[in-house]
Ligand binder design. Sequence first.
Ligand code: TYM
Length: 331
Amino acid sequence: MKRVFSGFQPTGELHIGNYLGAMVNYVALGEKLGRDAIYCIVDYHAPTNPAAYDKELLRQRTFEAGLVNIAAGLDPDKVILFVQSHVPEHTELAWVFTTQTPYGDLTRMTQFKDKAAKLESVPAGLLMYPVLMAADILIYKADTVPVGDDQTQHLELAREIARRWNLEYGETFPEPQIYLNPNAPRVPGIDGKAKMSKSVGNTIGILEDAESIWQKIRVMPDDPARIRLSDPGDPDRSVAFKFLQYFAPPELIQVLREEYARRGIGTLAVKQLLFQEMMKSLRPIRERAAELRANPERVMDALEDGARRARAIAQATMEEVREKFGLLSPR
Ligand code: TYM
């Protein structure tokens, strides 16, 4: 049986990198699999990075993350959508895995190295982060994990943890496979360089104010060789074209590329079109988000029901783990 699991951090603003890299697949797989698609707002992951964590905002951000995903098309009557800390078996399994995971496997994780390098004091939780992530997935025995390619190394570790466990304690977990969006495995930032990420500050938010989105598109770097409108341009060196591929139909892009290359069209026109097409894609999500904001109990009901359903699965796995791991069960 296919079971899908994915998680996302309540970092405040979900951006179009999250949307194109992961959420699009959550919705598509959710349509296909119904309750075998499980999506989790990973609030226990958030405090592992003190640079991004704020105790005053976490609760609101957790709610927002649920709201945006429902607005983006996740149907909580079909899929399971819930908050990680509402299902305590995640952290329980994470501890069991922590005892079984070599320290060296964790210190070589590139995300750990990158984030730790920027911190004066590194919380042990940042190092353990991928173990908790493995527990998130394996507690549901999920075999398919839709994420962006920045999670590839963490997924490899989750497979390694499953493999090691199965060898030592008997076949229990599938080895989960990464499921990428081939069209957007890694969405770049608005500068066209590093991947889009809240911590870099190069994002376009799904619910960001339209004028603010336009201002970001307006200054996107262009082909530096094209100084005057009459110069030929290379669309592959224009950031606006990079983003256009996510939002505009291929036939239209082809025409624009040719026009741009033979200097028939200015950069501003390409950017205006990108803005229009992006807003067209985001509009339904933004409208549903506004509706949900007026009815917050719909989001809270969905998360509560999701946690109940998730917990039933997680408890069954945890019982099996306790038994195989040699823990005395309470009477
Ligand atoms: P997070 O919260 O950073 O991101 C949520 C999802 O968005 C994807 N993503 C991107 N995809 C393409 N281009 C980008 N620029 C981009 N930025 C973000 C991420 O790959 C992710 O799929 N460790 C995870 C959360 C997590 C998790 C899990 C995921 C915790 N437990 C279990 C899967 C399974 C993270 O920090 O994602």
